[in-house]
Write a protein that binds this ligand. Sequence first.
Ligand SMILES: Nc1ncnc2c1ncn2[C@@H]1O[C@H](COP(=O)(O)OP(=O)(O)OP(=O)(O)O)[C@@H](O)[C@H]1O
Ligand SMILES: [Mg+2]
Length: 298
Amino acid sequence: MASLIEIRNMCKIYNPGENEVRALDHVSLSIGENEFVAIIGHSGSGKSTLMNMLGCLDVPTSGIYLLHGSDVSLLSDDELSDIRNQEIGFIFQGFNLISNLTAFENVELPLIYRGVSKRERTNLAKEALRKVGLENRMTHKPSEMSGGQQQRVAIARAIAQAPPVILADEPTGNLDSHSSQEIMNILKQLHAEGRTVIVITHDNDIAANAKRIVHIEDGRITSDSANEGLSRDDIAKEIRGNSTMYGEEDSMQLPSEDDIRKENEEAYISQTDDYDLDVKDETIDLHLIGDKQNEQEE
Ligand SMILES: Nc1ncnc2c1ncn2[C@@H]1O[C@H](COP(=O)(O)OP(=O)(O)OP(=O)(O)O)[C@@H](O)[C@H]1O
Ligand SMILES: [Mg+2]
């Protein structure tokens, strides 16, 4: 069966010519129905560019995008717009709500554009707001709500017509950690209901909520793997506790973070008594050297 999303050898070059930026460099990616994928990378790595391609908001310079098996480049503008409206719910970092409309009106607006009857859109908008826990905030305007609540309105708007795909670009970028987790819990719930959820983020903790993590660097996919449900902290704890997870032999080879830090500090102290920083043991953590140097200079 064809994947829901199939990208093959996609390139996106901005400003072709001397100052060109290769934002996507031969990216290939398949995403099946009901996957929960995080696309993670540093600022400028090409995440939003990839999201724009996935969401049919922009066209690639080269390569193929098959959505439900059909080649997106062959579709007319109207057909693309239909796909965006029916297949994809967008969530953005900046919420993108209309400030003089209430929460209810913000969720209802795209339904008006789609020609949904008054009665049906009232039901859909209320149901979507209820789902994100905002049944008591329907008549509030964005300025009367917290950032987390505004993002929940934006999610309600994205899911009101039950699109099969949710595309979220840094959905928690403007939120504190508590609100971020609330938003991620809603996305998890949508995944559990059968939607395909794609979250773009630069934050490891946010990515840890997904079932699959794709790393992008300089416009290239550098890794793509199932998330076993352990954050880096969890793994560090497992190692420190000599969990059976790694077996006895492996745990012998994996020193704890504390051990590494101590070893580095000792190595640093023994080698920098005379400030001879040229002699560096491989085990010295360069960050520690930087910190120590700053301390010395102060
Ligand atoms: N419209 C544009 N014109 C020219 N260059 C662009 C354009 N949009 C993005 N770029 C460049 O393409 C590269 C990828 O940008 P993109 O916005 O996809 O990164 P990102 O991973 O989303 O970064 P961030 O985490 O900061 O949002 C960057 O080098 C950026 O400067
Ligand atoms: Mg971006």
